[in-house]
Design a binder for this molecule. Structure first.
Ligand SMILES: NC(=O)c1ccc[n+]([C@@H]2O[C@H](COP(=O)([O-])OP(=O)(O)OC[C@H]3O[C@@H](n4cnc5c(N)ncnc54)[C@H](O)[C@@H]3O)[C@@H](O)[C@H]2O)c1
Length: 464
């Protein structure tokens, strides 16, 4: 790291900075609300007028536990507002967090950086006094260096507008808790001034002894994609073992349980099932592999292609299981698809395995009825041709096969006897290994799960 601007007198920081958050989607809205909750004055900025209007009116435009209450509180306290006006944002902030989307490009695995570039440019051309631009979006390695050059070229104040990268590790469903109490902070900085400025922003969190890694810009970018690659690999690893189990009659749940007792392996993210999805893991591992290719080190992460393939195969295999239960043909079979979101406690359906499976079942002629406690609306927008209903009971009524695709608590807590009264045929595929198989079998259900034998003779839990 450069030691530029080490003198706190010659290069003071804003001790209690005013903060803007550019891009108020899942990440940015949470960040804006939480920064206000930490005591800062915050202005959220977005190009989406509807989203800004919703947030300004106190409504979170997506489902995230705990966020709605905090948004209302912060608006009432007057510490948080929202705008589409970049001039206002440029004047307002001492520190500007950029949280815009970096989706997969339409024509390749690369990340689409259009939104990031336009957000940095909008700020760079408008800001007229010393400030820090902080990228939080997940970007390919080298993006921050490139943006630093662009900002220096476009900014009227030149090098006084500095750039840092502060990757975000929050999990949807736990976003508020993860933002206010992260397991670590990573600052990618190019000067000590930027580090001091970021320390001032995160002072309340650092006071809780949160681990902090201060790094150069490329390392900070890499931390995020490396972390997501590791998590994706762990999920696909146990799902690869599920494939082996399916060929041998072994039981992947018992296997995972036995592996989890090894401290070097651990049980988290070692849960077999329908695999990963969402707005981050799939596109992040693809963009990483693509960027590694560009850098000439594609071989180093070539395994990520396999991780992706294994993940996709789970969806196909789940469709196979539903077809098997339906007697070999899905045409006209009524299937209850329980869940559409990519995971529980979220309404995010971006690259959601659940919705993908529902779509594939429908393409094979099944009459698919989808129910998700929170994601029906987003799912309907993505696949308007599927049938959506408002309750678990409605979804399973007259079903010939039930497929559990997202592990919402509501599904795990349902009574198999009561559900059995509603369905046409008691057949269930537990795509998330979230149900008590014995309970379902005792209630007369034919129960199937990925990586488990159809009729296990003896199920022994190693946890006992
Ligand atoms: N969602 C997560 O859990 C999560 C976690 C960690 C990191 N990330 C990363 O954060 C970034 C944002 O993800 P997200 O899930 O919040 O996406 P999102 O699609 O929910 O939100 C992106 C927002 O940026 C806005 N936007 C686009 N261009 C803009 C511009 N030029 N100026 C202002 N606003 C603009 C969009 O209107 C949208 O509201 C991505 O890089 C993602 O990989 C997301």
């Amino acid at each position: 790291m450069s030691t530029r601007y080490t003198d706190p007198v010659a290069h003071p920081i804003a001790e209690h900075p005013r903060i803007t958050v550019v891009g108020v989607g899942y990440l940015g809205a949470t960040h804006a609300v939480c920064m206000a909750a930490l005591g800062f004055d915050v202005l959220g900025v977005d190009v989406d007028e509807d989203k800004v209007a919703e947030l300004a009116a106190g409504r979170v435009p997506f489902f995230e536990p705990g966020l709605q209450e905090k948004l209302s509180e912060m608006l009432a306290e007057g510490r948080l507002s929202f705008t589409t006006d970049f001039d206002r944002a440029a004047d307002f902030g001492d520190v500007h967090f950029v949280c815009v989307g970096t989706p997969q490009s339409d024509d390749s695995d690369a990340a689409d950086l259009t939104f990031v570039e336009s957000a940095f440019e909008a700020l760079a051309t408008r800001i007229r006094s010393k400030a820090l631009l902080v990228g939080k979006s997940t970007v390919p390695i080298g993006t921050a260096d490139r943006l630093t050059r662009m900002v220096a070229a476009r900014s009227p104040i030149g090098a006084d507008l500095e750039l840092a990268w502060n990757p975000e590790f929050l999990r949807e469903g736990f976003a508020v808790e993860d933002t206010l109490h992260p397991d670590r902070l990573v600052f990618g900085v190019a000067s000590e001034w930027a580090e001091r400025q970021l320390r001032a922003v995160y002072a309340p969190i650092l006071e809780e002894d949160t681990p902090l890694v201060v790094a150069d810009l490329p390392t900070a970018e890499l931390v995020k994609v490396a972390a997501n690659s590791f998590l994706a690999t762990k999920i696909s690893y146990i799902n690869a073992m599920a494939e082996v189990c399916e060929a041998t009659g072994a039981d992947v749940d018992l296997l995972a349980e036995a592996l989890s007792f090894d401290d070097r392996i651990g049980g988290r993210f070692l849960k077999p099932g329908l695999g990963f999805g969402g707005g981050c893991l799939p596109k992040d591992i693809r963009a990483f592999a693509h960027r590694a290719d560009e850098l000439g080190v594609g071989d180093a992460v070539a395994f990520l292609h396999e991780v992706d393939e294994i993940n996709t195969r789970r969806r196909l295999r789940l469709v196979d299981l539903v077809r098997e239960l339906a007697g070999g043909d899905l045409e006209g079979t009524r299937v209850a698809a329980l869940g559409a979101a990519f995971k529980p406690n979220s309404d995010d359906v971006r690259d959601a395995p659940a919705l993908d499976v529902a779509r594939m079942l429908s393409l094979e002629g099944a009459e698919v009825v989808v129910y998700d406690p929170e994601a029906n609306e987003n799912a309907h927008r993505t696949y308007p041709d599927l049938d959506y209903v408002d309750s678990l009971e409605e979804a399973v009524t007259d079903a010939e096969v039930v497929a559990l695709l997202t592990e919402w608590d509501e599904f795990g807590e349902a009574d198999p006897f009561a559900l059995g009264e509603l369905v046409n045929t008691r057949r269930i595929v537990d795509g998330r290994h979230a149900l008590d198989a014995d309970k379902y079998r005792d209630a007369g259900w034919e129960y199937r799960a990925l990586g488990q034998p159809a009729e296990p003779e003896v199920r022994v839990s190693l946890a006992r």
